[in-house]
Design a protein around this ligand. Structure first.
Ligand SMILES: [Zn+2]
Length: 416
């Protein structure tokens, strides 16, 4: 009987190894929509070491340290909002590089967003300040389009061709290649094409897309020339339902828009405070002109008006008649591809565990456009749980939390 004790010790060690859970987190019973991988089905999702470890019809809860019952909810890749303004905290009054911006973490996770792309709030003069002041301090992943205007949206004139320096933009983008995903053009209101031409010059050198907020148009500067002669496949036209540049012409989608789409130009919502109207979006989507990507154009002027937040804009596109699968694709895998970050926007095994859990509520809802007009709807997406890198960042109703009667409260130590 001498060998008995070592055998018991071995058995105990084996049991302990088995008890060590393989996964930190298991989302169980949800409906996974992962457009990149062509999944729209009831699936469990397991997370280990901050990454997606497994997606399968049934994963044993005993293998996970924490299991969250998400039955009745939709499990999607972390949402990517590819048009926001988050260069806050500069103290500048009345401009996007200041008080019109918001801090990313205050608005991202609570609406299901794990990645935000700032749309040119900073240019080649002030990007390093934006980086240290906001991007590096945020828990949200913040990427950026660099404005072709040196001062971005605030410290110099957006109409001054002398500040649209392609060489300086290229140098700055190369210094911050980990964050800069493209070049932004916005708000130009004078003659000619110095904004678009200089942005294209920089983008060609960098092999990056440009995003265009087309500013003001005239006879010599219009949608037809932009779509048919200027933009390249993969370039992004934001504010596609604004109507300000004749996107809708005589009640029909401008043929230039269709020609642009045929050439591979991509169309982004960029709702904002003045760029989304039902009398433009309804006829265009009825004709089948859907956006490639959904984004908010978040800033202080849009968030308290019709735009509100990412899930509200997604709900608008849903109530216009898009399928839920399409709406999720437009908010995850499509923007990830547009910004060249194909490591994001999907739930492939090994990907960083950025996950959003949404409820699809049914009832009587209303959605306001940038003019204040209402469209009645019957479905509303709500962000229930937002996970970034395996960490719960937002939990609306305590889905992942322990009931207080079982919670291991610890007595707080008095500071010495
Ligand atoms: Zn914008």
């Amino acid at each position: 009987m001498k060998h008995r004790a070592p055998v018991l010790a071995l058995l105990a060690a084996a049991a302990a190894a088995q008890a060590q859970p393989a996964y930190e987190l298991l989302l169980k019973g949800g409906h996974v929509i992962d457009p990149k991988n062509g999944i729209s089905a009831r699936m469990d999702v397991a997370v280990a070491k901050g990454r997606i470890a497994r997606v399968a019809p049934s994963i044993d809860a005993r293998q996970a340290a924490r299991t969250v019952d998400v039955s009745g909810l939709y499990v999607t890749p972390g949402l990517i909002d590819m048009h926001v303004h988050v260069y806050a905290g500069t103290g500048l009054k009345g401009v996007y590089t200041g008080d019109l911006s918001v801090y990313p973490d205050g608005f991202s996770f609570r609406s299901g967003v794990t990645t935000m792309v700032d749309a040119g709030t900073a240019g080649w003069r002030n990007f390093p300040d934006f980086r240290q002041r906001v991007i590096e301090r945020a828990r949200t992943r913040v990427l950026a389009f660099l404005n072709i205007v040196g001062g971005g949206m605030g410290i110099t004139s957006e109409d001054d061709p002398a500040d649209m320096d392609a060489g300086a933009a290229v140098r700055m983008a190369r210094q911050h290649r980990d964050l800069i995903v493209g070049i932004k053009v916005a708000h130009y209101s004078k003659e000619g094409w110095p904004d678009v031409d200089n942005a294209l010059k920089a983008a060609n050198e960098l092999k990056l897309p440009i995003m265009v907020d087309f500013g003001w148009t005239n006879e010599n500067r219009n949608l037809k020339i932009l779509m048919e002669e200027k933009l390249r496949p993969g370039d992004i036209y934001t504010h596609c339902y604004s109507g300000h540049r004749d996107e809708l012409l005589d009640g029909k989608t401008n043929p230039a828009m269709w020609n642009g789409r045929r050439r591979g130009i991509l169309f982004d919502v960029g709702h904002g405070g003045g760029s989304f109207y039902w009398n433009i979006a309804v006829p265009m989507t009825r004709e089948g002109f859907w956006p490639d990507s959904i984004s908010t154009d978040l800033h202080t002027g849009s968030m308290n008006a019709g735009m509100k937040d990412m899930t509200n804009v997604m709900s608008k596109i849903l109530n216009l008649g898009a399928t839920l699968e399409d709406v999720i694709r437009m908010s995850t895998w499509a923007p990830a591809r547009q910004i060249g970050r194909t490591d994001l926007g999907h739930l492939s095994e090994g990907a960083e565990a950025d996950i959003t859990v949404l409820s699809l509520q049914k009832g009587k809802f209303g959605f306001i456009d940038a003019a204040g007009a209402r469209l009645a709807g019957d479905r509303m997406l709500v962000a229930e749980l937002t996970i970034k890198g395996g960490q719960v960042m937002w939990d609306r109703l305590g889905w992942a939390a322990t009931d207080w009667e079982k919670f291991p409260y610890r007595k707080r130590e008095r500071p010495r």
